[in-house]
Structures are given as C-alpha cells and as structure tokens.
Design a protein around this ligand. Structure first.
Ligand SMILES: C[C@H](N)C(=O)N[C@@H](Cc1c[nH]cn1)C(=O)O
Ligand SMILES: [Zn+2]
Ligand SMILES: [Zn+2]
Length: 479
C-alpha cells in the first residue's frame, strides 16, 4: 500500500492550488439553508457538487425531498447522492457531508467578505463553509481526483450523500436515509459510514470522534399590541412583549450554565469511574479552550470539567430575539411581537420528547407567574438526538492507522459538543458503524465570524481521507 499512498500524497501536493480553487468556487455560493431567499443558492451549490462529481466520473443523482415542513411554499434542496466504483470484490464506504452553511454577513464583524475565500500569509483560508462543511465535502472529491491523476485505483467503492439542510435540522433526510438503507436502496451496500463534519479539540492533534450531543431547538413567541409602539406614548400603559420575553429567557439558565428547567438534570446518565478516567489522557489544555474562545472566559478552570461540560452534560444557549431592536442608535420602540430562540444540547440518556415536555411546562409556568396580558407560545423548531458509538470497530482502527500515517501521531478518541442529527439515523438504518473523521481544528470558528480552514488541514485532510479508504480496505471484516 505504501508506494500507492506515496503517489497519491504527491498528487495531492501537486494539485493543492487547484483544490483550493475548488473550495473558492464552493465558498462563493452562499448556500445558507436558514434563509428562504438563499434557497436558490443552496440548490445551485448542490448542482455544483453534482457537476464536479460527474466530471470525476461518478454516477450522480439529485434527489428531491419535497416541500419543507411548516414552510410548504419552499422546496427542500435536493440530496446529492453519488457512487464511485461498483466492484463486488471491494468494500463499500458511505460518506456523508453537508453543502449548506450557517448565515454570514460582513456586518456581523467579519474581517473579510464571508463568501469570498481569502487566504492569508499563514495559509488560513477564511470563508463561510470553509471548515463546516465545504472543505471536508470537497476533500472526498479531491481524494478521488488525486487518485485518478496518480493512476492509483481507489481500493473501495464509494457511496456519497451530501445534503443541503444540515444547519437547519436536516429536514427530510431521516426518511430518505431509512428508505435508501433498505433492500435495493442506494445505501444498501454500505459496509461502514464516515462523516467528516467536526473539529479537532486543539490545533495540533487529530482525533477520531465517537459521540455527539443532540440538539433540541426552540422558539418562544410573545405578542401583545397590534403593531410596534412609541415608548413615550405607550410605555407604562401596556404589557410589553420584550419585557416578558427577557424574563422568560432569563429563567432558563444561570450565568454559570446551570439549566434551571425542572427535571432536566435527572435525565442525564450518571458519570461512572470508568468514564471519568478517560478525560485525563485527552490532549487538551485550558489554553486550547482560551485560544478557540479568543478569551479566558471559560466557566471552569480545569480541563476535565470543561471537556465534560462540552461532551457529556447538556447545555442551554440563548441565541437571539427576532423582532427586537438590534441596530445601532437609540430607537425608542416597543416591539409588538418578539420571538426568542434557544437550544438545548442533549446527552445520554435524555429523551428529546421528555425534554420538550419539561421545557414547555417550565415556560408556561414562568409566563403565568408574570401575570402579563400578552400571549406566549413556545414551539420546537427541530430536534436531533445524541449519539455515542463504539470506537473499537475496524472502521475506527483503519482511521487511526491513516491518522498515524498522515500526521505521525495516534489520534485522540473524542466526543463532540455539536450535533449532526443524521449520524444516529445512518447507524440505525444501515446497521453499520459510523465514524467521525474531522479535518478542521478548534480555532476554525465554525458558525462564527471569520470561519476558516487552514491550508495544512485541508491538504493533509485530503490525504487523510484517501489514506483512510486504503486502510479501511485492508482491515479484516469483524462486524
Ligand atoms: C458539528 C456540525 N458541523 C454542526 O455544525 N452541526 C450543527 C447542527 C445543527 C443543529 N441544529 C442546527 N444545526 C450544530 O451542531 O449546531
Ligand atoms: Zn455547522
Ligand atoms: Zn457541519
């Protein structure tokens, strides 16, 4: 395998600039799934991927998912599914990624245009989607191209599934995966699944990830007057939706992160001595946290508690208020209707439905205690369950060998604080092992301003994805 991998690696280095160009084209498409106006761009991004895959000789389909739930006037973007290689003597690996991105505006505080890939003198490639998840998705395409140009045969059959709604709760995808994993479906032949859509814990050490938190995302709508009001004329005469909302939102969580909703704490699996012992060995320091925070405002002073806070305990984050005055200046308005957004990252053994019940009961109780004449309606926007797998499977063994080959170190086994809702669906529907194999580092600022992917992580990451396919082809089949 070594000479083949060497030729492949050499081609990746030779083609690195053209791979960066491919990422530049992808970042230039503002495929923001949460923004209705951007839906044509999300579709265009799916079409871009499909045409790149076709040019590489893959057989590709754009599968429609139908109208978007609760927004029936909008079509969901298509799932791009592709097959590269169909040899019965080879193992089949199913890879998943997403081609949609989080919203991004220059005025949010970006130092460069968010949808223009900008590479600085340290090789940091800034742009929305660079690390989440366009870089890793293109990593698979680049690995195919470098194999072709190096005249090295891909040692596995590759099935690809790239969706355009991950950042909006993967609407419509669960049913699609369940259908296609059945007999005769597109995913039936998969022997294992690999997802590259999370991040290293720090900036130096690669990792393999075997767990994710889930995410229940809620909104609280409070309305009263028929339209926005002058606060001088009406302040002191009417119940104000914003005043109610900040009280309700503040009742959800303490400044130290403690969730104040009754019953949530009791749903969390107790920490065992065996699990506790795992955290000490993980290559992570408080400085890693401070570097990625860009500040020293961590809740805990020690590494173990910080890792547990990210991986194995739930968290509740307040995200924003739609309808509130947020522009610069001093507008003296009373907003008539405001919608607060928050989410809860869930962990074993939390049942998403039981979390909903506890949340709605809490909000009703707190709102009632305000004795406001406004109306309050809380709803779930989307939910995805947590996932924890066994990292002792051959899929992980192969990935570990590939990491050692490319990066020269044994990877850490980590869990992830973020969520990829379909991971559990892939595991349950295919009955196969799922591995998370991250490309980007902890300082990439996914979802934030100035998202980036380092050139080194991209180029070595492409080598890693290719090397993984070689090692996975060689692992003895044990399950
Ligand atoms: C980890 C992954 N790259 C990611 O960013 N996932 C999102 C998924 C999500 C859930 N609700 C909305 N988006 C995340 O963890 O926020
Ligand atoms: Zn994301
Ligand atoms: Zn992602």
């Amino acid at each position: 395998m070594a000479p083949q991998l060497d030729s492949f690696f050499k081609q990746v280095d030779t083609l690195a600039d053209s791979f960066i160009d491919r990422l530049r084209k992808a970042v230039a498409i503002p495929s923001v799934s949460a923004d209705e106006e951007r839906r044509p761009d999300v579709v265009r991004m799916g079409e871009f991927l499909a045409s790149e895959l076709k040019a590489l000789g893959a057989s590709v389909e754009l599968r429609p998912l139908g109208p978007q739930p609760h927004k029936e006037h909008l079509e969901l973007p298509p799932v791009v599914i592709a097959r590269y290689g169909d040899s019965p003597s080879k193992r089949t690996i199913l890879v998943y990624g997403h081609y949609d991105v989080q919203p991004a505006l220059l005025e949010d505080g970006w130092a460069t245009e968010p949808f223009k890939l900008t590479v600085d003198d340290k090789g940091r490639m800034y742009g929305r989607g660079s690390t989440d998840d366009k870089g890793p998705v293109l990593g698979w395409l680049n690995a195919i191209e470098a194999h072709q140009k190096a005249r090295v045969e891909l040692p596995v059959n590759l099935l690809m599934c790239f969706e355009g709604m991950e950042e909006y709760g993967s609407e419509g995808l669960d049913d699609f995966i369940e259908r296609e994993a059945r007999k005769g479906g597109f995913f039936e032949a998969a022997d294992a699944v690999c997802i590259s859509d999370n991040y290293w814990l720090g900036t130096e050490k690669p990792c393999l990830t075997y767990g994710l938190r889930g995410c229940n995302y809620y909104s609280i709508e409070i309305r009263g007057p028929a339209q926005d009001l002058h606060s001088g004329v009406f302040g002191g005469t009417a119940h104000e939706p914003m005043t109610d909302l900040v009280r309700v939102m503040a009742s959800l969580v303490e400044p130290d992160g403690t969730i104040l909703i009754e019953g949530i704490k009791e749903m969390v699996a107790p920490l065992t001595e065996q699990e506790k012992a795992l955290y000490g060995d993980i290559a992570f320091t408080m400085d890693n946290l401070y570097e990625s925070l860009g500040s020293t405002t961590g809740i805990y002073d020690d590494k173990e508690k910080t890792l547990m806070g990210r991986w194995r305990y739930p968290s509740l984050s307040l995200h924003g208020i739609e309808g509130a005055f947020s522009a610069p200046g001093a507008k003296t308005v009373i907003p008539a209707k405001v919608t607060g957004k928050f989410s809860i990252r869930t962990v074993p053994d939390m049942d998403p439905k039981a979390v909903d019940e506890a949340v709605f009961k809490h909000i009703d109780k707190v709102f009632a205690s305000l004795k406001s004449k406004n109306t309050c309606k809380a709803s779930l926007q989307h939910a995805g369950k947590w996932w924890v797998a066994s990292p002792s499977h051959w899929n992980f063994t192969a990935a570990g060998k590939a990491v050692e080959h490319v990066w020269g170190v044994k990877p850490d086994l980590t869990r992830e604080g973020g969520s990829i809702p379909v991971t559990l669906t892939f595991e349950q529907a295919t009955g196969k092992n799922v591995l998370l194999l991250p490309m980007g580092s902890s300082t990439d600022a996914a979802h934030s301003v100035n998202e980036k992917l380092d050139r080194k992580n991209y180029v070595e990451g492409i080598k890693l994805l290719g090397a993984y396919l070689h090692y996975v082809a060689e692992e003895p089949m044990k399950g």
